[in-house]
Design a protein around this ligand. Sequence first.
Ligand SMILES: [Cu+2]
Length: 159
Amino acid sequence: MKMSNLSVGLLSLGLWVAAAPVALAGDAAMDPIEKRKEIVDAANWKAMESVVVELKEHSYTPEKLVFKAGQPYKLSMRNVGEKKHYFTAPEFFKAIATRKVQSDKDGEIKAPYFLALEMMPNGGQLDLYFVPVLKGSYPLYCTESDHRQQGMEGSVVIE
Ligand SMILES: [Cu+2]
């Protein structure tokens, strides 16, 4: 009885070890939320780097954001324009472990991931705290009105 339990235990362990590298290399959308929480909890937030992106009619500055996988970041998104603007980047949001989004005045939201963030005109700002996980280049665009057609798009790269 004990031998058989041991065998089953070793077999399970063997399967888990074999499966782990596959899971790490897997698709972002398939990563369990618990894994993202572990990444956020394990990150050294004292070594966090701050990056600012400004939104206005009709552009992102800079239009290409580059982050290093595994490095914790605060990305401050500032709307310096006179219309509202979106930071829409669903594939990027799926490729990161999100800690929270914070507004200095209004509080913070903790969620496993976002699809789009909207900043109000004339100084609206949201800060995204995250750890980049999956390397790649992801599209960024504004879903407000015809802004994307007017050229309001960019990219977010994790390297
Ligand atoms: Cu816009």
